[in-house]
Ligand binder design. Structure first.
Ligand code: ATP
Ligand code: MG
Length: 407
C-alpha cells in the first residue's frame, strides 16, 4: 500500500480524497477527522439528508449497490472505508477491484453474520482463551427442534437474527422451548443464533487499529452501560475495571484483529460474567468493523481519536499509539432528550450543560428527534475521575439521561 498523503495531488491533478460507504454519525466524525488532516472526502449514502453527507466535499446519493454510484466513488477516492457493517459486502468487493478498501469485504462479511462471527471467535479462543457465550445456530426447523430437545442449557436465552441486528433490534428473550419456537416465528424463520442469557456484571469494549503492514495499536478497554439494549454510558478512565480483566480484553481484541488480517479500526465488545473462571469471566460478544459508539470519548480525551486512526489505517499512514490524556465519561443523547415527560418537544438545557466544566457536545445534524434515535453524545473530561463523575451526574440529571445510577 503506497501511502496517500493529505493535501497531495495525483498525476491527473486530483486532490487526495478518502471515501466512506454510509452517511451516519460515524461517517460524519470520520469526515471531520479526514478533513482536519487536509483530505477531501466523499460519502456514498442514499439519504439526501445525512449526518456525513452534510459535511463532506462530495455526497454521492445512490443506493449502496448502485454500479454508477460505486464507480463514481472509486473514481473520486484513492481509498475507501465503511461506517456501518451492513454495507453490502459485494459493494466493497466491487470497490476493491480498483481501490484499496479497508476493512475488506471478507472481514466485513464475517462481522455481518453472527454465525460466522462466532465461528471466528471460537477459532481465536485457542489463542486468547476468551470465548463467546454458549450458543446454537438455528437456520432450519430441524435445528430448532434439536435445540428444543437437547439444549435446555441455553435457556433462558436470547434469540438473535444472524444478520442486520443493531441496538438490540432483531433480538427476542426466551425462557422456554415453546417461547423459542414463537420467537423464531416472530423473526420470520430467519437464520438466528440462540445465545444463553448470561448474568452480566459489566460490559466493556476494546478498539484496535491495524494497518496494511500489520502494525496494531489499541485503546484501553472502556466500560459500557446499556439501557434497553442501547449503549447509554461509557466509562473511560484508569480503574474502570479490574486491571487483569482489562489486559485480557485488550489481548483478545488484538488477537481477533490479527487473526482476521484486519485493516482499519475494529471494535470488539465483551461481557463480564461472574463465573469464577480462569479469564475473570470475560466473554466476547460481537465485533464492529469500524469505529464504535463506545469509542467516541477518544475525540476529546485522547491525543489520537478512533476516527484519526481509521483515516491513518486506510490511507497507509503510520499508526501512532494513542494516549489518553484525560479521564472521560461519555453519555449518549437519544431522541428522548428532546421531549419532556408529557411527550411535548423541548429544547435541552444547553445553557446550563455547556457551562459545566469539561463538557464536549457532539450533535450529529439529524433533523428529527425520535425515541431511541442516536442524536448526539456528550463527553465529560476533567483533571480526575471524581470530578468527571460529578459533572457527568449533573449533566445526566439536567438532561434526564439514564445509566449513571450504579456508579
Ligand atoms: P449493537 O450492535 O448496538 O452493539 P446488537 O443489537 O448487535 O447491539 P448485542 O450486542 O448482541 O446487540 O446485545 C445488546 C445488549 O443486550 C448487550 O450489550 C447486552 O447488554 C445484552 N445482551 C446481549 N446478549 C446477551 C447475553 N447472551 N446475555 C446477557 N445479556 C446480553
Ligand atoms: Mg452490541
Amino acid at each position: 500500500m503506497t501511502p496517500i498523503f493529505p493535501g497531495s495531488e495525483d498525476a491527473a491533478g486530483q486532490r487526495a480524497t478518502l471515501g466512506v460507504m454510509g452517511g451516519g454519525q460515524l461517517g460524519r466524525m470520520f469526515v471531520h477527522a479526514a478533513q482536519r488532516l487536509g483530505y477531501f472526502t466523499a460519502v456514498l449514502e442514499p439519504d439526501v439528508q445525512s449526518p456525513a453527507g452534510q459535511v463532506s466535499h462530495y455526497h454521492i446519493q445512490t443506493d449502496y449497490n448502485d454500479p454508477a454510484g460505486l464507480a463514481q466513488l472509486a473514481h473520486l477516492c484513492q481509498a475507501i472505508t465503511t461506517e456501518f457493517e451492513n454495507v453490502p459486502a459485494q459493494a466493497l468487493q466491487t470497490l476493491a477491484l480498483t481501490r484499496p478498501v479497508a476493512p475488506g469485504a471478507a472481514v466485513v462479511g464475517i462481522a455481518q453474520n453472527r454465525i460466522e462471527e462466532k465461528a471466528h471467535f471460537a477459532a481465536c479462543a485457542n489463542l486468547s482463551g476468551v470465548t463467546c457465550a454458549p450458543y446454537a445456530v438455528i437456520e432450519t426447523r430441524a435445528q430448532l427442534q434439536a435445540v428444543q430437545a437437547d439444549r435446555a442449557d441455553l435457556l433462558p436465552g436470547i434469540l438473535k437474527t444472524a444478520r442486520m441486528g443493531y441496538d438490540g433490534k432483531g433480538q427476542v428473550r426466551v425462557k422456554t422451548a415453546v417461547q423459542l419456537a414463537a420467537a423464531w416465528a416472530e423473526l420470520g424463520g430467519a437464520a438466528c443464533v440462540l445465545e444463553k442469557l448470561l448474568p452480566l456484571t459489566a460490559e466493556c469494549s476494546v478498539l484496535v487499529a491495524r494497518g496494511w503492514d500489520g502494525r496494531v495499536v489499541s485503546f484501553a478497554p472502556q466500560r459500557n452501560v446499556h439501557v434497553d439494549g442501547i449503549l447509554a454510558v461509557t466509562h473511560a478512565y484508569e480503574g474502570n475495571m479490574p486491571p487483569a480483566l482489562a489486559t485480557s480484553a485488550r489481548d483478545a481484541a488484538v488477537s481477533i484483529a490479527q487473526h482476521l488480517g484486519y485493516v482499519g479500526v475494529l471494535c470488539v465488545e465483551f461481557f463480564v460474567v461472574d463465573d469464577g473462571s480462569a479469564h475473570g469471566g470475560l466473554v466476547v460478544n460481537e465485533m464492529a468493523p469500524r469505529p464504535h459508539n463506545s469509542g467516541h470519548y477518544t475525540l476529546d480525551a485522547c491525543d489520537v481519536s478512533q476516527f484519526d486512526l481509521q483515516v491513518h489505517a486506510m490511507a497507509g499512514l503510520p499508526l501512532p499509539q494513542p494516549r489518553q490524556h484525560s479521564p472521560a465519561i461519555m453519555l449518549n443523547l437519544l431522541g428522548e432528550v428532546w421531549f419532556n415527560a408529557n411527550g411535548q418537544p423541548q429544547e435541552p438545557d444547553w445553557s446550563t450543560v455547556l457551562g459545566l466544566p469539561g463538557t464536549h457536545l457532539h450533535l450529529y445534524g439529524k433533523l428529527q428527534a425520535r425515541a431511541g434515535r442516536k442524536m448526539g453524545h456528550l463527553t465529560i473530561t476533567g483533571p480526575d475521575v471524581a470530578s468527571v463523575k460529578t459533572v457527568a451526574r449533573r449533566a445526566a440529571g439536567l438532561l434526564g439521561l439514564p445509566g449513571l445510577n450504579e456508579t
